[in-house]
Ligand binder design. Structure first.
Ligand SMILES: Nc1ncnc2c1ncn2[C@@H]1O[C@H](COP(=O)(O)OP(=O)(O)O)[C@@H](O)[C@H]1O
Ligand SMILES: [Mg+2]
Length: 386
């Protein structure tokens, strides 16, 4: 009866990060009556009121992470940018950490992540790594890459401006001097995502493949559409690649695999995230088991839930439209809540600013085109301002 270890017991689940992904994990931990302890640098983070214990701390600080984890039984993350040396130390001392420090280390650096795909024979676009800008310019002078190419900062935290399409020499000159990579610009037909879940028992499931439509200005996901409008053959190929990727990482918990479908119907891995993902929010309303429920089941080695679609749906992010930060105002929500199939989620962030993710809306409908039509209309009506 291992189940009794978790529910209404002394068991403690530790979550690094207290943002909206953490908050949605709590929807399910509360349903299961699992005790949760969360750390986030922001004392008002979306999870602060809802978890059992909330600690203010620096997720990238070794001591903060080690101390936070001391009395928890299983550690997970809702953000990748955490101190992996601390997690490695904890693993060596027998703590269960999912995703593993090794996976997080690989993922935290886009160059290492690409190298991992090549090493494991997983399909990804051609690229080259550079320690700094002068190495990159030297290669450019040798004619090693052509315009346009895609420049990426290897590490996180560069003002959210870690990806740039470079078209001219001038663009290169304007890039920051950072460890980086240049990728061949893929001729993308569609961007899709598959979220895989695996537990220590090596049971595995995939959530139905979704299509992502991006906003051209902000580069944020504007609509997630489920199921993706692609052939059965491509769909099967995408599930196979996503599963293979998760197995190569020895992934426990969720692994969201972002894929490009090229104009020639090739499938390439763009990047992965070992946690709940923006491309899986609709699973709360659309699937028999949500990605958040599945993550908890996976890391506790419980049986995985059925991921079949109950009903097709779309998700749209509600992002701040105000240039100057201020107290958030959601306008015209009253005009959309009575539309059949509409669910609104507000993350509980008090301050809105330009492109900050403040909430999302899911629209379900037996006809996916209808859901998208309603979603696009909602986008015009609802305003997130300050
Ligand atoms: N090699 C590429 N070719 C064409 N477009 C790309 C390429 N790499 C990234 N992009 C575009 O940029 C977006 C963001 O890139 P990604 O590596 O996923 O960074 P982020 O960490 O910001 O999500 C992708 O979703 C895609 O639209
Ligand atoms: Mg991405």
């Amino acid at each position: 009866m291992i189940e009794n270890q978790f529910f209404s017991s002394d068991f403690k689940l530790g979550i690094l990060g207290g943002g909206q992904l953490g908050k949605m994990l709590l929807y399910d931990s509360i349903r299961y009556d699992i005790y949760t302890k969360i750390m986030d640098p922001n004392k008002n983070a979306p999870c602060h009121k809802i978890c059992d214990e909330f600690i203010v701390g620096d997720l990238t600080d070794y001591d903060h992470v080690v101390n936070f984890c001391k009395d928890v039984d299983v550690v997970t993350v809702e953000i990748e940018n955490v101190n992996t040396d601390a997690l490695e130390f904890l693993e060596k001392n027998g703590k269960k950490v999912y995703p593993s420090s090794k996976t997080l280390k690989t993922i935290q650096n886009k160059s290492k992540q690409k190298d991992f795909y090549i090493k494991n024979n997983l399909p990804t676009s051609p690229y080259k790594n550079y320690q700094n800008k002068s190495e990159l310019i030297s290669d450019l002078n040798k004619g090693y890459f052509e315009f346009p190419s895609v420049w990426k900062s290897a590490k996180f935290g560069y003002d959210g401006k870690g990806v740039k399409i470079v078209k001219t020499l001038e663009d290169i000159k304007n890039l920051p001097d950072l460890e980086c990579l240049m990728e061949q610009k893929v001729k993308i037909k569609k961007e899709v995502s598959v979220i895989v879940a695996r537990n220590p028992n090596e049971d595995e499931t995939c959530f139905p493949i979704v299509e992502m439509e991006f906003n051209d200005d902000s580069n944020l996901v504007e609509y997630v559409i489920c199921p993706a409008n692609i052939s059965k053959e491509l769909e099967e190929k995408a599930y196979n690649i996503a599963l293979q990727t998760a197995r190569c990482f020895n992934s426990i918990g969720l692994l969201a695999v972002e894929l490009f479908i090229t104009e020639n119907d090739e499938i390439l891995i763009n990047e992965v995230a070992p946690r709940p993902h923006n491309s899986g929010h609709h699973t709360i309303e659309c699937c028999f088991t949500s990605q958040f429920d599945q993550h908890i089941r996976s890391i506790l080695n419980l049986p995985l839930g059925n991921t079949d679609l109950k009903i097709p749906g779309i998700m749209l992010n509600l992002v701040g439209e105000n240039k100057i930060e201020g107290h958030v105002k959601y306008e015209n929500i009253d005009k959309i809540l009575d539309i059949p199939g509409v669910s609104a989620h507000f993350y509980g962030k008090k301050k809105s600013r330009l492109n900050r993710k403040m909430g999302h809306i899911t629209v379900v409908n037996t006809v996916i085109e209808e859901a998208l039509k309603i979603g696009k209309n909602i986008k015009k009506i609802v305003k997130v301002t300050a």
